[in-house]
Design a protein around this ligand. Sequence first.
Ligand SMILES: [Zn+2]
Ligand SMILES: [Zn+2]
Length: 458
Amino acid sequence: MTMFRIVPVILLQVFVSVSVLCHSAYAQAKKSNAGKGTAINTAAIRQMAYADSLRLVDTYKDLHQNPELGFMEVRTSGIIAKELQSLGFQVIIGIGKTGVVGILKNGDGPTVMYRADMDCNSVKEITGLPYASTKTMKKEDGTETPVMHACGHDAHVTWMLGVARIMLSMKDQWKGTLVFLGQPAEEPLTGARAMVADNMYDKGVPVPDYLFALHTWPIPTGTIENGPGVRFSGSDQLDVTFFGIGGHGSRPEVAKDPVVMACAAVMQYQTIISRGIAAQDAAVLTVGAIHAGVDNNVIPSSAVVKLNLRWFNEKTRNVLLDGIMRINEGIAVSNGLAADAYPKITMKGNVNPLVNDTALTAKVNAALKGVLSPAGIDTEKPSSMGSEDFQHLIKPGQKTVYNYIRVGTAHPDLYAKAIAEGKLAPYFNHNGNYQVDLSAIPLGTVIGATGLMALFKQ
Ligand SMILES: [Zn+2]
Ligand SMILES: [Zn+2]
């Protein structure tokens, strides 16, 4: 599908070295913007991003065809490290396994960290695009799974590499320390903490005053959602293992069936929110997987239930966790299990709600009015039950504030068609048909660079 709508002419013109083009685009735009004081030179940003389009789209397609699961982003982080190194950034690799950081010190000013997550999903791509992923990967448990960038993290990395060149070319327009960060394993919500736990702030990574990130979203290209306050819920991932006594399928009376226990638990869990949490208070409890047994006629000795929780405050989180524990114990009691065979809870990942700083968000939005139509900047969207671990890049005890933008990456025609058909969007993150409109590649780069420039303005 051809998706370029905004800059076909510029794309046809890109036959010479991108760096030369970037430089001349900047020089030209700088001239045309002369005398405009300290305002962000969005004309220069725009020209450089679009002059870099072919390279960026190639990078995007390459990343899209080579997705890597969390903590396995060796190729992706290598691409980031190589590019930032070639631009003269101080690069640190291998933080939290595959995390990578590039640092550019440019005088006195704030320290701003720009984050791109790198991992993909265990999803089979069904877009039919010529650059669709056909890859499979071995998961940690040894199982082979199809993999795909179904959350747009390939676009995040591409944007960051585009933004890096622009920020370097415009070094005379900002002062401070710029940190680009390629984060592993956002999907399991553990990668940000892994980088902090690997002592990145003691290994030379400057502690940021401001954190900044963009995420693809299935709203039209040219629009963003960037409201202040709570944007994403907090989340927990946990496994509950029910222990029974295995046996022959014909003799349940001498066994204790963990499959029945797990099924009872799944149904009872659903009453925690409906009966235990006020209707005004939002929460989600999803069981995403139940693993038990192999054969038709064998009662297994254990069953694992995999849960995902979403909440906006600690009180609600505690109601969910307490409820799960009580239900587990109730099932153990009703099945006559000994205390040492009570179900076991394994906490696997946890993130707090994502809360955009009000002043910072307003500052970024004001700057983005120079590159997007005001109607394209939505600050009113209610918070979502999605979750992020980006905010856990903050060093514990630090008062770093942040802005996190959802950037429209759905082709406007596909979006309009979906709305006309009564759908909410043409596709959603984590689906095999998720797509990033290629014209959002240069535009996202413009949004990223403009937002960063705004954060460096005092
Ligand atoms: Zn995702
Ligand atoms: Zn994502």
